[in-house]
Design a protein. Sequence first.
Length: 397
Amino acid sequence: MRAGRPCAARGRYRGEDPHRRRDRPEGRRRPGRTAGIVPARPPPRRAPASQVRRDLRLGQREPSRDPHRETVSGSSDVVRWGLIGAGDIAAKRVAPALRDSPGSAFAAVARARADLAAEFAQRHGASRWYADWREMLRDPGIDAVYLATPVRGHAEQAVAAAQAGKHVLCEKPMALDVGSCERMLSAARTHGVSLGVAYYRHHYPVVRRLRELIASGEIGQPVLAQVQAFELFDPPPGHPRAWLLKKRESGGGPMMDFGCHRIEVLLDLLGPVAEVRGFPTKVRFRDREVEDTCIAHLRFRSGAEAVLAVTHAAQESRDTLQIFGTTGSAHVDVLNQGVLRLVTPGGTREERHPPHANLHQPLVEDFVAAVRARRSPTVTGEIGLEVNRVLAAIYGR
């Protein structure tokens, strides 16, 4: 695509509605190399390897006689997390959610730089760290992994984790392309582990309220949704998020970065998509590998329409969602704040449905509960796949 020239694409979808629910031990290591133990919090004693049995159907391990060894085989057990990637969001929200959620324990972190991995583990209460994520997957004291790495790494890491019997919660978007998403799902199914995607806005109270309004018919039949997500993003060289501007790492600009979140919300509220057109372009930053602005038009099987506008180029920030129905409308001026203005024949009223202080925690809590109950998480890999199908149509891939 030439700079500044829009590209239009359209696609049709035949799949099911993705929102329909379907049901080596670590030894002593020399510090400063590829793995380590945090001195302040030594790891629990491990059962001998002979006591560990992989259950491929459940992707879990048989409890040993060691009282310090916990598994996710019962309602009182704790899901022990390994975190792959330790960037800004991982530090601010993911690690605290893994540590603080009920039934959850933050056990280990993997990061390429050993010194930073050790510091991250110490700061967030993990008992051990790795400089090689593959080595962490061999740790029998890990039940699930959270992938907080650039998009390019998601598919390889998720497949390897599934093969190691670990449940997987993957950052958004799920992968660079539809084929990679399908491989991730296939691996999870083959090895009997859960696969979820971090579309945490699905758990916002205001989004839940919008579901209720649509289901109850309070605003009538949805006709049109308008979503705007603007964030000025012009990072200097060496910025920790500069990888978002490298197409090989991120797959695209703002539509891949945060437009995917809004696509998931639209699919959740309005149902399966019938047709998609996308217009990715470069308005301000013409020398970038990825678009700085994108408009998407989604037509749903219900007949509803949606227009999604995202940009890295505008000075003003926006995070709006509006749904217009046949008898009323719902307006959320800032999705991350949760203030809802409802317009109906009976008048206009305002409701407040703020999100959790840690936006990731309800997502992690749901995933942990799903693993312990042996059910699917609310935001499944199938949902992540459907979002990627929409993204592929927007970009004309």
